[in-house]
Design a protein around this ligand. Structure first.
Ligand SMILES: Nc1ncnc2c1ncn2[C@@H]1O[C@H](COP(=O)(O)OP(=O)(O)OP(=O)(O)O)[C@@H](O)[C@H]1O
Ligand SMILES: [Mg+2]
Length: 581
């Protein structure tokens, strides 16, 4: 087993390694900026002491020039360090972000069902942002500040062992005291962050439901909720701010104490002629310099804890592996595909069987209509063919190739799935059709649209292919969204089409368009049509009826329709819409 620290290092070094040179440069810059902080007080001491003794102008001018040059170089080095540091951090975290996003997109649907998008955003962006500080500065800063602290104390010890040891003791006490109080604000900060997250969650949900909220006149109620959550945020912010004052007070107190000691000892040592006035200046300046490393070190202990937690969560997420993986890559034949379910069982959650002993075959080119009450497992069946889930028992073959033997990408290019609610993106019609694949020329898109008989429809859109759609398809009807999904399929030319009809009713004009488009779509393809309307059924040659996850009827449509003892016959008599709605 690896030590936890090694795990962190594995994760972090992976993103630092490609920028080794930049990282080395950053280390040099940060360390030299720290070193330079120690130089200038020395020059100043020389300056003061020279004015006291010789008043030799030449030496003074040189000292002044040196002082200014060091200060300037220090500023340039500081800016460069920040620049390089940010670069390192953003390069590293951006690739980490991209990798985490890709990872999440590849995880099984069963994982996504259990984890909210908000939670994943928090992982992909929140936790990764937490690490950015680590990448850019933290390691070097913690080390740097330790070196700076050590350097100052050694410099003080060299100047005067009494002063040096006094400050060493004082620094240790300060670090201990700060360490003791540093944690007092953390619980309130956590609560504060939770309160902010609550508000975001509330806003997200309410904004998504704007239409319903307005319709039911609940706007004031929603605003009241925002006030309540905001009051919570204020409460915890204030509580944590108050505690930070204590931390700052402790730090300030020891700082003032340190400077007082520096002044007093400096005074007496100077009086006794043991040190020069310049050295008194040096001791006081070094004492004030101590403030930063001490404060930063205590802060960074806290940062390290946050980073530890964030890294752990990321490592955990990365360790989750999709269970649905590529097979050895057996090729799926071209043209219309046969499909077979061999004794397939499936459950989303253990013990809740959704599909049971499904066993049927269809020949290439068959159009099969799947019927069943809501919740009978029709959509689930489609998801299994698309391999969004794997059966818990049995197997599915496509063109006589078991699904698990194929590459996922190959499978999904040969099978097309139009879901009940087509997902549209906030982008142009073109991008929604091509899925942002700019290599597909407009002519091809227009050709497909023409084949599907949608040219008139496209011409009615205000900017043609450039018409922007709103996310979630708010600017387009469910029927139109399905039409767009059809064009997506046509561009890919699959051998099996699964059409999960929208259960909402369509206006007659759109319905007609869809009918025509489906005719084109099914030409020379195998198809599963999950039908909610009678109209769709006339083109099917077989019918499969699901009930509670079992196939209760499967056969030739016309034979079933003619036999008064069948379910299908009953459905036709009572009216499909009434029974299945
Ligand atoms: N992601 C999921 N996680 C857990 N259970 C699910 C999930 N999706 C569907 N189910 C359950 O599986 C069963 C079958 O659902 P499915 O969506 O396949 O029905 P359907 O026949 O498509 O219904 P509809 O006609 O309303 O579209 C239902 O009991 C449903 O609650
Ligand atoms: Mg469904």
């Amino acid at each position: 087993m690896k030590l936890p620290f090694m795990q962190y290092w594995d994760l972090l070094s992976q993103y630092i390694r490609p920028q080794k040179k930049r990282f080395a440069l950053l280390s040099v810059l940060l360390l030299s900026s720290i070193g330079m902080q120690l130089i200038n007080p020395q020059i100043m001491r020389f300056f003061i002491d020279t004015t006291q003794t010789s008043r030799e102008t030449r030496a003074l001018v040189i000292a002044a020039i040196a002082f200014i040059s060091v200060a300037l170089i220090q500023a340039v080095v500081g800016v460069s360090a920040t620049y390089v540091g940010e670069n390192v951090a953003w390069t590293a975290t951006n690739s980490l972000r991209a990798e985490m996003a890709r990872h999440c997109l590849n995880l099984d649907m069963s994982y996504h069902n259990n984890v909210s998008p908000g939670e994943l955003i928090e992982r992909i962006d929140g936790d990764v942002a937490e690490l950015s500080n680590f990448f850019s500065q933290l390691v070097i800063r913690v080390l740097g500040n330790l070196i700076l602290l050590f350097g100052i104390l050694v410099a003080l010890l060299i100047e005067d062992w009494r002063a040096g040891s006094a400050f060493t003791v004082l620094s240790i006490i300060t670090l201990l005291a700060l360490n003791a109080v540093r944690g007092i604000a953390i619980p309130f900060q956590k609560k504060f962050r939770e309160a902010v997250a609550d508000l975001f969650g509330y806003l997200e949900e309410r904004l998504a439901g704007t239409e319903d909220i307005r319709a039911s006149g609940a706007v004031d109620f929603v605003i009241l909720g925002i006030y309540k959550l905001s009051i919570n945020i204020l409460k915890y912010w204030r509580a944590s701010a108050r505690r930070f004052i204590v931390v700052r007070f402790v730090a300030g107190f020891f700082m003032v104490l340190g400077i007082a000691i520096a002044l007093v000892t400096g005074y007496y040592l100077f009086q006794d002629g043991l040190i020069t006035l310049g050295t008194v200046y040096l001791i006081v300046t070094y004492t004030t310099l101590l403030r930063r490393p001490i404060r930063e070190l205590t802060q960074q202990v806290e940062n390290l804890q946050n980073i530890g937690a964030a890294t752990e969560r990321l490592i955990e997420l990365r360790a989750i592996k999709p269970k649905i993986l590529d097979g050895p890559g057996v090729e799926i034949p071209g043209g219309p595909l046969s499909l077979a379910f061999e004794n397939v069982n499936f459950a989303y959650k253990e013990d809740e069987q959704v599909l049971e002993a499904i066993d049927f075959q269809i020949k290439p080119g068959t159009v099969i209509g799947v019927l069943g009450r809501t919740g009978s497992g029709k959509t689930t069946l489609a998801r299994l063919v698309f391999r969004l889930y794997d059966p818990t028992h049995g197997r599915i073959t496509l063109g006589d190739v078991p699904l698990t033997q194929t590459l996922l990408a190959a499978l999904r290019s040969r099978v097309a799935l139009v879901t009940q609610d087509v997902q549209l993106f906030q982008a142009t019609i073109r991008d929604n059709i091509t899925f942002f694949d700019s290599s597909i020329p407009d002519e091809r898109i227009i050709e497909v649209i023409d084949q599907l008989g949608l040219t008139d429809w496209l011409q009615r859109q205000p900017n043609g292919l450039d018409t922007k759609l709103e996310s979630g398809g708010r600017s387009i009807s469910a029927g139109e969204a399905q039409l767009l999904a059809f064009t997506r399929i046509f561009l890919r030319d699959p051998g099996l089409v699964i059409l999960d009809e929208a259960s909402s009713r369509l206006d007659p004009a759109t319905e007609q368009l869809i009918e025509r488009a489906i005719d084109k779509l099914l030409l020379n393809r195998t198809a599963i049509i999950i039908a909610h309307r009678l109209g769709t059924l006339h083109r099917t040659s077989e019918i499969l009826i699901l009930e509670d996850g079992r196939v209760i009827e499967h056969g030739d449509r016309e034979i079933l329709a003619a036999d008064p003892t069948t379910r299908f016959h009953g459905l036709l008599r009572t009216g499909l819409e009434e029974v299945l709605a």
